[in-house]
Write a protein that binds this ligand. Structure first.
Ligand code: GAL
Length: 427
């Protein structure tokens, strides 16, 4: 027998040309127990390391790993690739998705049922209602939740704060004043990535800081036209404009993790970003409260805007694949994995029954804040990260907010256009 030395043109396309074109590495590490192909957008240093925890967990079960990373924060590019894989009848074993996207695939009947795993692991009792609302569909488990992230965080360079005598700001005005201090001292105030999902991530922080939890809910979750085209929304855009003055000229197109690096490297004072940003600090060997600071965006201290990465599995009709999917779901939901993953990723566990002791200082506070927000009905889905409204609405908001950022659009025009775009997306 001869070993096969050449590849057919189709194989070349699959293993060499396509991955190169997509800028990804497709590594097949087949093991005896078979292998899973996992589509995800975890390509930054911290994200990739966190994903490694799942790969390792599977290896312990003798299951191999084929990574299918599609770069692009918040999964915008990944969702386009996932759609084309499914439409062409070639779904991966599993994929990372966010709230409304999971629901969407469930509605199309594309997902494997994970009830068996969920029952044997007691998931109904340990995952909070806010997550179950998306991780289950029609009473059945359709995904395994990795964690809870939240978007209303500020990441701060402690050395700059110490040097300039900046105290952790508790109000919006104090926040702006601290940005002014940094800017006057020659630092960039706000590390900013000018991509539409990042614009809206910051914008939703300003909505919450300006109008409070009730306003966030009525405008971005209930999509109430009166809240959307209101004086409070105009004020929100005014505050957003004020904040945008502290970004630097090179922000357009910048990836979120490069903005995080500006804070890590001492070029910028703050970044407003979900706690995946903390994964970059951790990956750089830095310690919360010692080397960097984390606090809730001033004005949003009583609420949490959350998102949770869900692993959905596709119904492949193959018994071995199904077995591996169940193993993967069981690993993701297990207490040890939930802690280990969040320690690297920057998130907090999605399970509510764990001891937060092993987590870092930000995550310990974050874990308690998520729980307290759930009790006070101020735990609300992030719009930018797929938990407030369906993709059509999210994309409509992305467009308006990005054009506000990239022009001198007046606040009243922005509020009016926002209301109009959302009306268009929902009618
Ligand atoms: C979020 C996702 C996080 C993180 C971030 C940036 O939508 O939930 O896990 O990956 O995007 O890519």
């Amino acid at each position: 027998m001869y070993a096969k030395m050449t590849r057919t043109p189709l194989e070349w396309l699959r293993y060499a040309v396509l991955p190169l074109a997509l800028g990804v590495a497709v590594g097949a590490h087949a093991q005896d127990g078979g292998e899973v192909e996992v589509l995800n957008w975890w390509t930054s240093g911290g994200e990739a390391k966190a994903l490694g925890a799942l790969k390792d967990g599977l290896a312990e079960e003798n299951i191999g790993w084929r990574n299918m990373p599609v770069a692009g924060g918040a999964g915008t590019n990944a969702m386009a690739v996932l759609r084309s894989r499914i439409t062409s009848g070639n779904p991966p074993t599993a994929a990372q998705v966010l709230g409304y996207d999971a629901r969407d695939w469930a509605e199309r009947d594309a997902l494997a049922n994970l009830d068996e795993v969920a029952q044997s692991e007691g998931w109904d009792d340990v995952f909070p209602a806010a997550i179950q609302a998306f991780a289950k569909y029609d009473g059945h488990w359709i995904s395994a939740p990795f964690e809870v992230h939240s978007t209303n965080w500020v990441w701060a360079n402690k050395a700059i704060m110490d040097e300039l005598g900046i105290e952790q700001p508790e109000s919006w005005d104090a926040f702006i004043a601290s940005l002014e201090t940094a800017q006057e001292a020659g630092y960039t105030g706000l590390a900013y990535g000018g991509q539409s999902w990042q614009d809206t991530t910051v914008f939703e922080n300003v909505v919450l800081a300006t109008g409070g939890a009730d306003f966030y809910r009525s405008s971005l979750i209930d999509l109430d036209p009166e809240a959307l085209d209101s004086d409070t929304m105009i004020e929100t855009f005014d505050n957003f404009r004020e904040l945008l003055a502290f970004k630097d000229d090179n922000s357009p197109g910048r990836d979120w993790n490069l903005a995080t690096a500006m804070v890590i490297n001492g070029d910028a004072l703050y970044q407003i970003m979900g706690d995946w940003a903390k994964g970059e600090f951790i990956n750089a060997g830095l310690q919360a409260d010692e080397d960097f600071m984390c606090f809730r965006t001033p004005g949003t201290q009583d609420a949490v805007t959350f998102n949770s990465d869900l692993m959905i599995m596709f119904d492949t009709g193959n018994a071995q694949q199904q077995q591996m999917q169940h193993t993967m779901a069981r690993i993701i939901g297990s207490p040890d994995f939930q802690i280990a993953f969040s320690q690297i990723k920057g998130s907090v566990p999605a399970r509510t029954d764990l001891d937060a002791g092993p987590l870092d200082a930000c995550a310990q506070r974050g874990y308690a804040q998520v729980q307290s927000a759930a009790e006070h009905d101020t735990l609300m889905g992030s719009l930018a990260h797929g938990y407030a409204a369906p993709a059509s609405v999210k994309n409509a908001v992305f467009d308006i907010v990005a054009s506000f950022v990239n022009s001198d659009m007046p606040s009243d025009v922005a509020a009016e256009q926002l209301a109009m775009a959302i009306r268009g997306a929902t009618s």
